[in-house]
Design a protein around this ligand. Structure first.
Ligand SMILES: [Ca+2]
Length: 172
């Protein structure tokens, strides 16, 4: 009896703490970006603000997605073409790009890797930083039915894209 109670308790705790890991499903797309590493994307079925999305990916042993080259962008757009079917910011997915650490200069970095963002794929009219409150990057289907980026309030609730980790850490 104690074993059953313990099992139920552990299942409850795991669903509470590791829920995102359980719910994430592996995409069927795997590709090599600029020949240096392979990435596999995981699309969340649930919505979260930017920070929770970042934490959820980390807790699953992954990282919130980054896009650093035009080739990588094209590959991700190809993957998303099957799930991005309706324009509108609420239907987009969080990437790990944000300017919130440099809000006055709007210098964007990938929170997953710490890299300054050099390659951008903004949608038409973006970034527009509405009300000075849009510091995080989502990828969405634009009104031209082409995937593009939009700056959005980091507290907005969106689905998000995790990727296999490729960050390098130097020995300290
Ligand atoms: Ca915007």
């Amino acid at each position: 009896m104690k074993t059953i109670i313990l099992s139920v308790l552990l299942l409850f705790l795991c669903n509470s703490v590791c829920g995102v890991l359980i719910k994430l499903s592996q995409s069927d797309t795997r590709y090599s970006a600029d020949g240096q590493y392979n990435k596999t994307y995981y699309l969340s079925p649930d919505k979260a603000n930017f920070f929770l999305a970042h934490l959820s990916c980390l807790s699953a042993g992954l990282e919130l997605a980054s896009v650093t080259t035009v080739e990588e962008s094209a590959s991700l757009n190809k993957l998303l073409s099957s799930v991005l079917v309706t324009p509108g910011w609420e239907n987009g997915y969080w990437l790990s790009g944000s300017a919130i650490a440099y809000n006055e200069t709007l210098e964007y970095h990938w929170f997953s890797t710490g890299e300054k963002i050099i390659y951008f794929n903004w949608g038409p009219g973006e970034p527009n930083n509405v009300d000075g409150n849009e510091s995080c990057i989502e990828i969405l289907l634009t009104s031209g039915y082409v995937p593009g980026w939009n700056d959005l309030s980091c507290m907005a609730n969106l689905r998000y894209i995790c990727q296999t980790r490729h960050s390098c850490y130097a020995d300290l």
